[in-house]
Design a protein. Sequence first.
Length: 676
Amino acid sequence: MVTEDSQEMSNTVLLKNRNSDVKVQITPLQTKTLSHLPKRPKVDLAFSDLSYTVIQGSKPKVILKDIGGHFRSGELTAIMGPSGAGKSTLLNILTGYKTEGMKGQILMNDATRDISRFRKLSAYIMQDNQLHGNLTVDEAMKVAAQLKIGSKSKMEKEKIINEILDTLGLIDHRKTMTSGLSGGQKKRISIALELVSNPPVMFFDEPTSGLDSSSCFQCISLLKTLAAGGRTIICTIHQPSARLFEMFDQLYTLADGYCVYQGSTKQLVPFLGTLGLKCPSYHNPASYIIEVACGEYGNHIKRLESAIGNGKHDIRDGKPFPDLKAIEGLNNSEWINGNGNISNNIIKEADHTLHKNTMVVDKKVEKDHTPVANEKDSATVETSLLTDVLPKNQPRYGNSEFQQFFIILKRALLFSRRDWTLMYLRLFAHILVGFLIGALYFNIGNDGAKVLSNLGFLFFNMLFLMYTSMTITILSFPLEMPVLLKEHFNRWYSLRSYYLAITISDIPFQTVCCILYVSIVYFMTSQPLDPTRFGMFLLACLLVSFVAQSVGLVVGAAMNVQNGVFLAPVMSVPFLLFSGFFVSFDAIPIYLRWITYLSYIRYGFEGTALATYGFNRTKLECHQPYCHFKDPTTTLEELDMDHSNYSLDIGALIVIFFILRIAAFIFLRWKLRSNH
């Protein structure tokens, strides 16, 4: 059945029914090639004695138990196993996403893997499609091209983008927002973004999760095409259909932390048969091996692990594989020793016949899979993109950090412009609250009888600017974390470039909102009509909003949204209590007075109070017989601000701003490392 999304297929698949000689030929519509991608080397991965331990409570738990394996270029490999078997852990270790708690050796082209060098040659497409919903497909691809292959000319990048989108069936969706794509299309755009730099090794975590059967077939067909171009494609998959299972070149199965099968998918059923595990003719082999691994037919994990050498042997390669004919005539007790493992004598006896049998099978498989027209050409063209030499001095990123900064800044500004919450709702809230406060405190700024109400207005300004700036950052910044984890891990950009761009990108919008709000409330409440005082008042308000935004960055970088939304307001309570509004400075106990020096609200409130009542302001108007606060100096004395320094307040806010921004960067770097 061909659906609208079927146009992205680019290879021909031959499926063979294992119970007959009937071949089912599935010919997708496209035979596209990828001829403009940058040239990259072929990479084979091997690992031995690989173990992984985590601490649960106070006890260590071994997830992977000295497994081995070999994944080759030009092949599509599936990692399977029941839940908790360790397949996702293995994938994370092979990608370099997890490094702590791992023991063993990982080889890249028969040499010890350099993790930094390997990450430049690989891409990890995670299970959840981590995409920026405010970008179109075309914009997302252009950003990826600018960051990953910055050395290419604009015309070359455009050719690469067009070729990838055409091959993946997304050429007609270039102007579609990524948030509006279907599940299968989101999978393909996730692949397209990483394919820009043509990584020779690509890892996929559950690429078919959440997709219907047609989309699953299209996705796996695409991965098979990419593998045919000489890439090493490795993915975890949970019980694929028989149709999908036949499309994989190699299967690696885990059970309880052990490798229970490694080799060709076509040799899985014969291999299980040699161990007395007969897969019914009507049964899906993928489901059967999972059932065996779960113990539905008895505990065979040790037998399977011994037969496959815990991943050291590869059945397809002709390494120790108990021969079916040699074993069928023996009783179970003759080839299974007392420990439940295959007898070493039987393995040795079968070893010399295996090589011969495997060569015959491989030739038969090769004959059965003779490519149809265009498929051979496709593989040849794509393979020519891959060289045989690993670059030694490959740059860490596709662009300089300076250029990365401007690319990410441009993207972040585009996000803000299209984000209703970040931009328009925030702007509307500042204007609405501005007019509401202006109406509530209308014309009180120059009234000596209403000084206390005016001080309440000054304090509310700090409160409003603090919560609006801080809360919106706490809500928005953690949502960026999944995309940041993916892009930073796949070497799109450095953390410094990203953080600096994100830090600067929101400052213009916050500045505009703050200026509009302050302008409305300042003039509606009849504060001093002096440009200098207005500038001082505005500067103090701006710095408070920037510092509050920095607090939001720190909380957002260190915590998730749920914890941040609760803890940030709670953490702000001490800053409010020691701001000088509720209790004057001289009334605060000496042992608590140090907290006032940490309160940025205190510096903002003091700065606006000095701008309003300081610097020898003339006496206020008074329409009552007695006004205690008619002289502005009296107000400052009551607040214990008569000897305060406006420049010191501004300096303190600037220092706190930079300290918090640096702290947010440190927390962000720590969070990235803790997630790897």
